[in-house]
Write a protein that binds this ligand. Structure first.
Ligand SMILES: Nc1ncnc2c1ncn2[C@@H]1O[C@H](COP(=O)(O)OP(=O)(O)OP(=O)(O)O)[C@@H](O)[C@H]1O
Ligand SMILES: [Mg+2]
Length: 247
């Protein structure tokens, strides 16, 4: 199939691979969810996983983070095999996960939420650097988690992993349920983080948003990666994408 070959070529990542996932399979208890996930993320790239509800995108991120009980295949980060490493060790290697549900503690204020995740490596952002990126958070420093808007919660969820020293960020549907103007702000934030040298693995349903920040895409369907292409090839892949995503 010449068409697929082209897509594979376009899906080739940058020279320095930070994350390399090969034939990843994962299970929740007896449920076999991932059936062979293959993708790469190059240093400094923004790579986006797209796919319908239930395709296995979140499970893929959780597998990389080491928080899925049973996983097989190979996940290499910075050249080291981490498939069987503990989530603790994976975090200390510099991988951070920002979950879809954001995980903001409603009984804690913004400052307490920010300070919660442990610093795992040197080189994390200082609070001043974080406030420079998210001026709103500075104004809301003493507000309780429950008082924050969805957008503020999402900003806080991203901000607090920047303190930890992680340089590889996995963001699960950061734009979900947010107003267009906030989505735009999140886009600016991701672009800025990329410029600062962070590597980002994004999960999105909103590919219009993803197209403003992503270098490359992979399509996840029924627990497999079935296609991949570069952002420069997005328009050529639009018809396929509509079919894959059912939009
Ligand atoms: N804790 C769990 N226990 C058992 N099955 C689960 C669990 N979490 C997810 N699943 C199942 O695994 C499959 C993949 O789910 P996953 O959350 O990875 O999909 P997703 O691509 O992130 O979907 P969405 O776009 O809805 O977030 C789904 O069929 C889901 O029902
Ligand atoms: Mg999900």
């Amino acid at each position: 199939m010449p068409e697929l070959k082209m897509a594979e070529a376009a899906a080739k990542p940058a020279d320095t691979q930070v994350l390399s996932v090969n034939d990843l399979q994962a299970w929740y208890g007896e449920s076999h969810i991932l059936h062979g996930i293959n993708f790469n993320v190059g240093a400094g790239e923004v790579v986006t996983l797209l796919g319908r509800n239930g395709a296995g995108k979140t499970t893929t991120l959780k597998s990389v983070m080491g928080i899925i009980g049973k996983r097989t295949g190979s996940i290499r980060f910075d050249g080291k095999e981490i498939t069987r490493a503990s989530s603790d060790k994976i975090a200390r290697m510099g991988i951070a996960f920002c979950p879809e549900e954001r995980g903001i503690f409603s009984s804690l204020d913004v400052r307490e939420n920010l300070l919660l995740p442990p610093i795992v490596r040197t080189g994390g952002l200082s609070l001043d650097q974080i406030f420079d990126l998210f001026p709103n958070l500075k104004e809301r420093l003493n507000s309780q988690g429950t008082k924050l808007s969805g957008g503020e919660q999402q900003m806080l969820a991203i901000a607090r992993i920047l303190r930890t020293g992680a340089r590889f960020l996995m963001l699960d549907e950061p734009t979900e349920g947010l107003a267009p103007v906030i989505i735009q702000q999140i886009g600016h934030t991701i672009a800025r983080l990329k410029k600062e040298g962070f590597t980002i693995l994004l999960v999105e349903q909103n590919f219009r948003f993803a197209s403003t920040v992503a270098d490359r895409y992979y399509i996840v369907e029924h627990g497999k990666v079935i296609d991949g292409f570069a952002n420069s090839e997005l328009s050529a892949n639009m018809d396929k994408l509509h079919t894959y995503l059912g939009v």
